[in-house]
Design a protein. Structure first.
Length: 117
């Protein structure tokens, strides 16, 4: 399984970025797809995830609610993260994640998001 993420970059505070992640390989029945991030000196944390069922139920970190939107195309095994009103504290490496009900999960290599003041 490979998770190919793209869309990171440098943006000014208040700006927007859109991350995308496409899964390939043996990817049948992926349950959750989403994004985590890790800032320098901090632990990796959940940003947003979305499930494949129940109309795509979502879960967001409190710090990004109302600013970020996670979406998914099950047929294409692709997940996006629309990030609006970016803040300096959103600066981190963002990692794509895919998980199965069995507990198996995979990580993408990460994409850098830098928000300048």
């Amino acid at each position: 399984v490979q998770l190919q993420a793209s869309g990171g970059g440098l943006v000014q505070a208040g700006g927007s970025l859109r991350l995308s992640c496409a899964a390939s390989g043996f990817i049948a029945n992926i349950n959750t797809m989403g994004w985590y991030r890790q800032a320098p000196g901090k632990q990796r944390e959940l940003v947003a995830i979305i499930t494949s069922s129940n109309g795509g139920s979502t879960n967001y970190a409190d710090s990004v609610k109302d600013r970020f939107t996670v979406s998914r195309d099950n047929a294409k095994n692709t997940v996006w993260l629309q990030m609006n009103s970016l803040k300096v504290e959103d600066t981190a490496v963002y990692y794509c994640h895919a998980g199965w009900r069995s507990g198996v999960s995979y990580w993408g290599k990460g994409t850098q998001v830098t928000v300048s003041s």
